[in-house]
Ligand binder design. Sequence first.
Ligand SMILES: NC(=O)c1ccc[n+]([C@@H]2O[C@H](COP(=O)([O-])OP(=O)(O)OC[C@H]3O[C@@H](n4cnc5c(N)ncnc54)[C@H](O)[C@@H]3O)[C@@H](O)[C@H]2O)c1
Length: 270
Amino acid sequence: MFEIRDKVFFVTGAAAGIGAGIVRAFLDEGAKHVAALDIDINSGKALEQELLAKYGNDKVRFHKCDVTSNDLDVVYDNVVNDFGYIDVVVNCAGIMNDSPNAYIKEIEINVTALIKSSFKAFDLMRKDKGGRGGTIINISSIVGLFQAHLLPVYTATKSAVLQFSNCLGKEPHFTRSGVRVLTLCFGVTDTSLFSPTKLEAFDKETNELLKSSLVDLPMQKPESAVKGLIHAYKHGETASTWLVTTDRPAEDITGNVTKAYEVMSQGVFS
Ligand SMILES: NC(=O)c1ccc[n+]([C@@H]2O[C@H](COP(=O)([O-])OP(=O)(O)OC[C@H]3O[C@@H](n4cnc5c(N)ncnc54)[C@H](O)[C@@H]3O)[C@@H](O)[C@H]2O)c1
C-alpha cells in the first residue's frame, strides 16, 4: 500500500471542488506538505488560511498559478527548492466549456498543461535520472469512457488524458523510472464545474440540449470523488484506470479499458 504520511504533494486546480477536497484529505492523513496551485487567488488564499490554522505552518502553501503559463515551471522549481523533492502530483485543474471563445483554452488546460506537468513530474521523479520515484494522478472523466456528443471538445480532452496517462504509465517507462501513473474517471460530481457561468456547449442549439440534459442530473458528493482518489492512490498499479461515480467506492476498470482497446485495435496490425 502507498502511504500519504510524510510525503510531499503537488495539486493543480486545488482551490475549489474536488481539488480542494484532495488537498484536505492528504493533510488529514499526515502529508508532510501540500503545494496547492490554482488560478483562483481568493479561494486559494482562503483554503490556505483555513488549513494553516488547522495543520500548522509549512504543511500547506497556496501558489497562484495558471497551469497554461510559465507559472507552472516556477512553482515546480520553488517546491523542489523548498522540500528537495515531490512525491505525488495530481493534475486536477480543468474546465468544461466548448464555446467558441473557450474551447482552445479548454484544450490548453485539460490536455496541454496536464501533459506538460506530467512530463515535468516524470523528469523530477525518475529513478534512472537520480530521482526517487513517485506517483502522477491524472484526472479524466466518465466522458473518456463513452461518447458524450453534447460536449465533443471536453470529451476529446478527457479521452486524451486517459490515453496519455495509460501510455506513460506502461512498461518500459515504469520499470526504469519508478514513476506510477494513475488515471481517475470521475462521474458527475457536485462542483462549480457545472455552474451556468462556466459550462457552455459549442453552439446555441447544443447549449439548450446540454442545459436541459443537466436538469435533475444525479450528482455524487465531492467527498466521494476524493475518497475514491485516495483509495486509487493507495492501491492502484501503474497504468491503472479508476472509475469513481454515483457515490460508489472506487472501481479498478483497467481490464475494461484494455479490452476496449483490444476491440478497437482489431485489424490494425493484421
Ligand atoms: N465535477 C465533475 O462532475 C467532474 C467529473 C469528471 C471529471 N472532473 C474533472 O475534475 C477536475 C476538477 O473539477 P471540479 O469538478 O472540482 O471543478 P471546479 O471548477 O470546482 O474546480 C476546478 C479548479 O480548477 C481551477 N482552474 C481552472 N483553470 C485553471 C488554470 N488555467 N490554472 C489553474 N487552475 C485552474 C479552477 O479555478 C478551480 O478551482 C477537472 O479536471 C474536471 O474536468 C469533474
